[in-house]
Design a protein around this ligand. Structure first.
Ligand code: AMP
Ligand code: MG
Length: 366
C-alpha cells in the first residue's frame, strides 16, 4: 500500500502530501474481505484556519450540491456561491427528465417525429455523450432511458420482463442522430428516450468550478452527489477525498489526497430498492435493460468532471476487467473499481510497480 501512496504523491494531479498514518485494514469484516484496503489519514500538516472557508449546500438536480472554498471576504464568497447554485438550477431546468418543459423533455417528446433544433450546450453534451458511448463500446448510453424510465426506485417499481424486451431495441446510442450543420437532433425510431443523468452532474460541477475560477478563487471544491472537482488545493495541502464503503453508509474504504482534479463515483447504493433479495438500482446495462449486478462502485479520477462522471458510469457497467482496460487506454485517467464481491481493483497509475522492491515506508500495523 505504500506503493499506492507513493504513486498518489507522485501523480501529477496528486499533491505531495508528506506524512500519513496508514491505518490497518482490520476493523471490519468488510476490510478483511477487501484486503489490502487501508484508510490513509494525513497527519501533522498545516491546516488553514476554518474560519475563512466558505461552505454552502443545497439540494438541486435531485442531489446534494456542496460548494466550499477559501475567501476572506464573506460577502464576495456568498455572491460567488450563489452564482454556482443558480448555474446548477439553470442546468437542471434545461436537462431534467422530470421537468416537462426542460429542453431534454422536449426532445423526448418530439425528436422521434422530427429533427429538433437544440441549444449549443445541449448539442455539445449530446456529442460528448455519444463519444463516451463509442469509447466505452456502448456501456455508456443515454438511450438507456428507453427502458430506464420504466423503473421508479423510490416507489419500488420495475418493468416486467416483457416490457423490457419490447423496449430493449430502443436502447442504442446510434439512434441519436446529430446534425452539425443545423444544430439539431433526431431519434432514429419511436420510443427512444434519452437521459443525461450519467453526465449532467459532472458538467454542472465543471461549470461551477469555472465560476469560482472567474471569481478569483484559488482553492475550492464543488460537488454534486458523487461528482467532485477540486480547484487548487486546500490551503497548502490536498483535499482528502474518501471513496465510500458501498455497503456501509458512513464508512470509507480509501481516502485519496487530491489537488486540482476531478473525481466521480458511481455506486449501486445511490438509488435502489431491494425485492426478493435482489437489488434494483439506477445504473442500467444497455445490453439487458437491467441493473448491473457485477459492480458495487466505480471511481474515476481525471481532469474534468464531465469526463469522470461519464466514465464512472461506463466503468460501473463494464466491470473491472474491461473497465480497467479502457482506463489504461486513456491519458490522465485513473480508477478504483469495487466489484460485486467487494474486491478492489486499481488502475496501474495507482498500483505498485511489479518489478521494483518495496521502498521504505510506513508498515501496515495490525
Ligand atoms: P452516475 O451516478 O454518474 O453513475 O449516474 C447514474 C445515472 O446515469 C443514472 O441515474 C441514470 O440517469 C444514468 N444511467 C444509468 N445507466 C446508464 C448507462 N448505461 N449509460 C448512461 N447513463 C446511465
Ligand atoms: Mg457518472
Amino acid at each position: 500500500m505504500w506503493y499506492l501512496l507513493s504513486r498518489l504523491a507522485n501523480h501529477r494531479r496528486f499533491s505531495n502530501v508528506g506524512g500519513f498514518l496508514v491505518v490497518p485494514a482490520c476493523y471490519t469484516a468488510f476490510f478483511r474481505l477487501l484486503k489490502p484496503v487501508v484508510i490513509l489519514l494525513m497527519l501533522l500538516l498545516p491546516v488553514a484556519a476554518t474560519a475563512d472557508w466558505y461552505k454552502q449546500e443545497e439540494s438541486i438536480m435531485g442531489t446534494r450540491i456542496a460548494v466550499e472554498f477559501w475567501d476572506e471576504d464573506k460577502h464576495h464568497a456568498k455572491q460567488c456561491a450563489e452564482q454556482v447554485f443558480s448555474e446548477m438550477r439553470r442546468i437542471d431546468a434545461l436537462m431534467s427528465p422530470y421537468k416537462p418543459d426542460s429542453e431534454l423533455s422536449r426532445l423526448n417528446q418530439q425528436a422521434a417525429d422530427e429533427a429538433i433544433q437544440i441549444s449549443e450546450e445541449m448539442f455539445i453534451l449530446l456529442k460528448k455523450s455519444l463519444r463516451m458511448s463509442q469509447i466505452s463500446n456502448g456501456a455508456f448510453d443515454i438511450t438507456f432511458s428507453s427502458v430506464g424510465h420504466l423503473y421508479d426506485y423510490r416507489e419500488g417499481i420495475k418493468p416486467s420482463e416483457q416490457e423490457i424486451q419490447q423496449s430493449l431495441e430502443r436502447i442504442n446510442f446510434r439512434h441519436v442522430v446529430l446534425d452539425e450543420k443545423n444544430h439539431s437532433v433526431r431519434f432514429a425510431r419511436s420510443g427512444v428516450r434519452i437521459d443525461l443523468g450519467g453526465i449532467a452532474k459532472g458538467y454542472a460541477v465543471d461549470n461551477g468550478i469555472a465560476i469560482l475560477d472567474k471569481c478569483g478563487i484559488k482553492g475550492g471544491l464543488v460537488s454534486a452527489g458523487g461528482d467532485s472537482r477540486i480547484l487548487g488545493d486546500r490551503g497548502n495541502r490536498p483535499w482528502m477525498m474518501g471513496i465510500r464503503h458501498p455497503r456501509k453508509k458512513d464508512a470509507v474504504v480509501v481516502v485519496l489526497p487530491l489537488s486540482n482534479t476531478a473525481l466521480s463515483t458511481s455506486g449501486d447504493y445511490e438509488r435502489f430498492f431491494i425485492e426478493d433479495g435482489k437489488r434494483y438500482h439506477h445504473i442500467i446495462s444497455p445490453k439487458t435493460g437491467k441493473s448491473v449486478a457485477t459492480t458495487w462502485s466505480a471511481t474515476v479520477i481525471g481532469p474534468d468532471t464531465t469526463t469522470t462522471d461519464a466514465l464512472s458510469t461506463s466503468l460501473f457497467v463494464l466491470g473491472p476487467a474491461k473497465g480497467l482496460q479502457l482506463v489504461e487506454s486513456l491519458e490522465g485517467i485513473d480508477a478504483v473499481i469495487i466489484d460485486g464481491q467487494g474486491r478492489m481493483h486499481y488502475s496501474s497509475g495507482l498500483m505498485p510497480p511489479k518489478t521494483e522492491a518495496a521502498p521504505a515506508g510506513p508498515e501496515m500495523r495490525q
